[in-house]
Ligand binder design. Structure first.
Ligand SMILES: [Zn+2]
Length: 429
């Protein structure tokens, strides 16, 4: 009976499509063109060029070895000689499993080795062709569509507009930077009012396309944004835009002001505000005290703007217990489990079990690979489906929930909550 329930749950989870609420994909044509520097090489090693590469750094690979692994300078087959040394240490981490699940499903190859490397490269080249995004995302990873935080532009329409929906990325509009990622052609910035107009333009151009706005500034500061008046930051902005040095106190004031300007605008347009919390991707810079402060800072944001729907990413790993408390208490706090399955799948499974028993079940989104390489969505989605199946099976097995209730929950966890939050809610327009 127990194993029968497990099978029933697993079958339904693997047959049910995800709505994927967070990726960093470039457009398919950009991938095929190998746009620099986001797509640094065009062979099998590219599949390791995101989270796996951060774990390689953690394991001790040198900069020159890493650069060679992801360059076009050495032959794809010779690249195995670089990975070989580290593979035994990474193959049983979840980064290794993402890769192994991907090549098993996509190429029909169980293990990477000196014997299989040639065939992996042949299959990589055969797969990477026009139309492969749709085939991988919908046919193989069983994903309806993806929300995208573009590595190229603060927002844009997609070539495949029924599969990729770009969020409006506010990072560079909150932390003032003069680059083409945020400043559109011919936009002349002289005053704070011009900067308001720039933010307004992104919203007016893209509010109908975007499913939400994305804020990744937790990589650079605490999330303790406070409300200020425009008059308090006008001079600071002037100095900043004229490339004068401003103090850390003034920098915080300016970011605080622009954060609330942009977030209030999102709220007016009915766009949920998605925020990075927890673990950082890049190595050797993570400020763990800031990360630890994220849950309390998020609660303050929820209090300051009760009409904004905040979606907190990555279960604020490793401080996920606090995020259960936050989502249980605040009506406007939602949790997105994107990336968490591929940081620590056992913690993510436990988080989901606890969430189901603790927090109203409409407030969770369970999947996003948070990756820039489309092939890896296969590997990430397999890990997430395995974790979701285990979480539900264990809750049934331990007599917390009934098998029929577990089966009924699956669609809500995997796509209905996302539909209700981003598409169907009266909150939007
Ligand atoms: Zn991300």
């Amino acid at each position: 009976m127990i194993s029968n329930n497990k099978k029933l749950i697993e079958n339904k989870v693997f047959e049910t499509p995800f709505i994927d609420t967070h990726e960093h994909l470039v457009e398919e044509s950009e991938r095929l063109d190998c746009i620099d520097p986001i797509i640094p090489c065009d062979d099998w090693a590219l599949l390791l060029n995101h989270y796996f590469s951060f774990d390689l750094i953690s394991a001790g690979i040198s900069k020159s070895e890493r650069d060679r692994l992801f360059s076009n300078e050495i032959s794809p087959v010779d690249k195995w000689n670089i990975l070989d040394e580290y593979w035994p240490y990474l193959k049983n981490t979840v980064s290794g499993f993402v890769f192994r699940n991907t090549i098993r499903t996509l190429y029909g190859i169980d293990e990477i080795s000196a014997e299989t490397i040639n065939e992996i490269q042949v299959r990589y080249e055969k797969t990477r062709k026009k139309g492969f995004y749709r085939h991988i995302i919908q046919d193989l990873a069983n994903i309806k569509h993806c929300h995208v935080h573009s590595p190229v532009k603060a927002c844009r329409g997609s070539e495949t507009s029924d599969i990729l929906y770009h969020d409006i990325v506010l990072n560079g509009l909150i932390q003032v930077s003069q680059n083409p990622y945020t400043i559109t052609d011919n936009f002349n910035i002289k005053t704070l009012s011009d900067w308001h107009a720039l933010i307004d333009l992104w919203y007016s151009d893209y509010n109908q396309i975007a499913k939400g706005v994305k804020i990744g500034n937790a990589y650079f500061r605490r999330l303790n944004f406070e409300r200020l008046e425009a008059s308090e930051v006008e001079n600071i902005f002037q100095n900043k835009i004229n490339s004068q040095t401003i103090s850390p106190v003034d920098e915080k004031k300016l970011q605080d002001y622009l954060f609330w300007y942009a977030v209030d605008k999102a709220t007016i347009y009915g766009l949920p505000v998605k925020m990075h919390t927890g673990q950082w991707a890049m190595n050797n810079v993570m400020n763990m005290q800031w990360v630890k402060d994220n849950p309390a800072d998020c609660a303050s944001l929820c209090r300051q703007s009760p009409n904004t729907k905040f979606i907190f990413y990555h279960i604020c790993y490793p401080y996920y217990e606090e995020m259960l408390s936050l989502a249980k208490n605040y009506s406007n706090a939602y949790i997105d489990m994107c990336w968490s399955w591929s940081i620590n799948p056992v913690a993510a499974k436990d988080f989901l079990k606890k969430f189901i028993l603790t927090v109203p079940n409409n407030k969770i989104l369970t999947f996003g690979g948070d990756d820039k390489i489309v092939e890896n969505l296969i590997g990430h989605s397999i890990i997430a489906r395995k974790g979701i199946s285990q979480a539900l099976s264990e809750l049934v097995n331990d007599n917390w929930i009934m098998i029929n209730d577990a089966l009924n929950l699956i669609e809500y966890l995997m796509f209905r909550n996302a539909e209700n939050l981003f598409d169907k809610t009266s909150y939007r327009r």
